[in-house]
Design a protein. Structure first.
Length: 75
């Protein structure tokens, strides 16, 4: 299996597994890559992998990188 960028609209990554994500700013449209963790929070769905900070509401996860390691860890 190769590493593939997956649209968040097509498939969500597993919960509590760090994944490389593409984040897009809602106003400027700028995109950056950052390692994030999807969580099951009451008021948020994403935290940063490094210090568990909540993702600012100005940014949206648009894609995530599915790697063989993530596939194994999600089973």
């Amino acid at each position: 299996m190769t590493e593939d960028w997956i649209s968040i609209k097509e498939k969500e990554p597993p919960i509590n597994v760090p994944v490389k994500c593409k984040l897009q700013h809602w106003f400027t449209g700028s995109v950056l890559e950052y390692e994030m963790v999807r969580v099951d929070g009451e008021d948020h769905n994403w935290v940063t992998a490094d210090d568990s900070s909540e993702l600012d509401f100005n940014w949206n996860v648009i894609e995530w990188l599915e790697t063989p390691d993530i596939v194994v860890r999600s089973k």
